[in-house]
Design a binder for this molecule. Structure first.
Ligand code: ADP
Length: 168
């Protein structure tokens, strides 16, 4: 059978990228010919890092991974996916709570744009890792070395030491 080229996009906030995201990327890249990690530039979400900073951290981490790219987008994810001629959307699942939200999102995206979503379940050790918790724990000075890559750790440290310097 002829092989069809499959391009996937992995959209998210990635504020910041965690080992959980990276695990989804590394397992997802084996399923597709091309995987675009797409940082959403949402104006609503409370953000710690700028989209540019998030893209930079991801770029450092995917260097050398074949077929994996990083980009950012504004506006509707499905419109971005169509512009990129993506065949599928990749998302990660951690828990039943994720399933409920992701199910709705996937149904909506299929209804409005006809695009399919493929899910990868988290590796057990990252089941509790979320960017929100990482931001909170980092702001309180907790040790996150098992949950985030080294380059993210360094950026968080310098971000929060600068914030502390401002407050005192
Ligand atoms: P969004 O704001 O779009 O949810 P996130 O950056 O929080 O963006 O998450 C992007 C995707 O990665 C989502 O599908 C989310 O469920 C998934 N994800 C986040 N953390 C993990 C993890 N630890 N393991 C597996 N998937 C994850």
């Amino acid at each position: 059978m002829e092989h069809k080229f499959v391009r996937a996009i992995f959209p998210g906030s990635f504020d910041p990228i965690t080992n959980g995201h990276l695990d989804v990327i590394k397992r997802g890249m084996r399923l597709f010919d091309e995987l675009i990690v797409a940082v959403g530039r949402s104006p609503i979400k409370n953000q710690l890092f700028t989209p540019q900073e998030r893209v930079e951290m991801i770029a450092e981490l995917i260097e050398g991974l074949p077929g994996v790219h990083v980009d950012s987008f504004e506006g509707l994810m499905v419109e971005y996916a169509a512009r990129q001629k993506a065949d599928v959307v990749l998302r990660g699942l951690r828990s039943l709570t994720d399933v409920q939200y992701e199910f709705q999102l996937a149904m909506t995206n299929r209804a409005v744009a006809g695009i399919e979503t493929i899910f990868i379940m988290t590796s057990e050790q990252y089941g509790f890792t979320s960017s929100t918790l990482i931001r909170e724990v980092a702001s309180l000075g907790g040790d996150l070395s098992n949950l985030i890559p080294e380059n993210v750790h360094r950026r968080l440290e310098s971000r929060f030491s600068r914030l502390k310097a401002h407050q005192t």
